[in-house]
Design a binder for this molecule. Structure first.
Ligand SMILES: C=C(O[C@@H]1C=C(C(=O)O)C=C[C@H]1O)C(=O)O
Length: 400
């Protein structure tokens, strides 16, 4: 890492500087609160159940703190399924920088993050995705569950420039969680890269915040139509119900840890360049300040924003019909320091890049009243977060 970034006499480096120093093989996580750039692997936690891995990571962090390290951190990308492989590690070096400032990042260089799309494989096909939604609606009508989140994946051959892609994602999504995590022990260097709008959990001292999103509509380029869609979403009984299921589950999971919890009665609108979402910021004060951000994030995961309600039948339905392995998509991604503070985003609006192949993912919540064609369009709009940053949006228009 550059010496200017390391000079501890200076203020924390700016997010834009850390973003410019990112290189494939390093790991970066940026939010409006702070940015982290990490290098190398000091300790890779062996696969175990995720709660044990989290506890072991905290034990390693305590050791490193006792050995004199100022602010050791663990980085992690944990999968959707509790039995799938997780990646949780303590890096060799970590640099903390300032949060992303939209005004600064607006001037970041922005060459295309990808080029030359080749073969594209859709899993499942758009038609099969709509059929899956129809099956979910039948299961909902039969009382098997109230909500399920169904997703799809696009596997694209393309030349990816990870550093440029990351900068473009941060530039277009300054209020979100931009990340590029090196998954190097997986088959030949893979990178999980994306710009999630959804905060699973942030902890600072006793204060905890979660900002679940659910209930969505694609943006329109026409400002009048865009405003009409936003207003319609805020009024939609179907979307409010879909949203309330998530907020209730988040509040129920956090309440046992909190001596105070604020759950707003009404959702608000949150926008990304491609989507409008309903969101609710749930905030609390921890009873026991030794509970780590990772332990709390795992207690919340998977929320009905990415799985469904109730969790178990929704997860079984996803496993039975979705048609591909989600892996790390719809898991959690972030960091936790030795004092337990940290920030964990929901792993969405992302891609796994491996050599000249990239897998993109998007899902949508299905409840009674959902329309298969609209859910397909919603997933297409969500895929555009990555496609736009890769300059592949128009090349792949037909495949969406
Ligand atoms: C699953 C995704 O998004 C989730 C589903 C949402 C919805 O159904 O309205 C909204 C935000 C996310 O919680 C995705 O972006 O792939």
């Amino acid at each position: 890492m550059n010496d200017i970034l390391r000079d501890s006499s200076l203020a924390a480096p700016r997010a834009v500087d850390l973003l410019q120093h990112y290189q494939p093989g390093s790991t970066l996580f940026a939010s409006s609160r702070q940015t982290l750039l990490a290098e190398g692997v000091d300790t890779l936690l062996p696969q175990a159940d995720h709660a044990s891995m989290a506890a072991e990571a905290m034990a390693h962090l305590a050791e490193r703190r006792a050995a004199g390290e100022r602010r050791p951190v663990a980085l992690g990308a944990l999968p959707f399924r509790p039995d799938a492989p997780a990646r949780l590690w303590l890096p060799r070096t970590t640099l903390f920088g300032q949060g992303v400032e939209a005004a600064e990042i607006a001037h970041a260089p922005a060459q295309p993050g990808g080029r030359r799309a080749g073969t594209v494989t859709a899993l499942p096909s758009p038609q099969r995705y709509q059929d899956n939604v129809t099956r979910a609606l039948a299961a909902i009508a039969a009382g098997e569950f109230e909500k399920v989140v169904l997703s799809r994946s696009l596997q694209v051959e393309a030349q990816i420039d990870l550093a440029a892609l990351l900068q473009r994602l941060a530039r277009r999504n300054p209020i979100g969680y931009t990340f590029a995590f090196d998954l190097a022990d997986r088959p030949a260097s893979r990178t999980l890269i994306g710009a999630s709008p959804e905060l699973l959990l942030a902890r600072r001292g006793r204060r905890v915040v979660s900002h679940p999103l659910a209930g969505s509509i694609p943006r329109s380029a026409d400002p009048v139509e865009d405003a009409r869609r936003a207003a319609g979403l805020l009024r939609s009984a179907k979307d409010r119900h879909e949203h309330a299921l998530v907020v209730d589950a988040v509040a129920a999971a956090l309440r046992p840890f909190c001596r105070e919890l604020t759950v707003p009665a009404e959702p608000t609108l949150l926008s990304t360049p491609t989507m409008w979402h309903l969101g609710t910021e749930v905030a609390g004060q921890l009873d026991d300040p030794t509970v780590s951000s990772l332990q709390l994030a795992l207690a919340l995961h998977p929320t009905p924003a990415v799985c469904g309600h109730p969790t178990a039948p929704a997860r079984d339905f996803i496993q039975a019909v979705e048609g591909f392995d989600r892996g790390l998509f719809t898991g959690l991604i972030g960091w936790c320091s030795d004092d337990g503070d940290g920030e964990w985003a929901v792993t969405i609006r992302c891609a796994e890049a491996h050599k000249d192949r990239v897998s993109l993912y998007a899902g949508a919540g299905i409840v009674a009243g959902s329309d298969p064609a609209l859910e397909l369009a919603e997933t297409a709009a969500k895929l555009r977060t990555m496609l736009n940053a890769m300059d592949l949006e128009s090349a792949l228009e037909q495949q969406l």
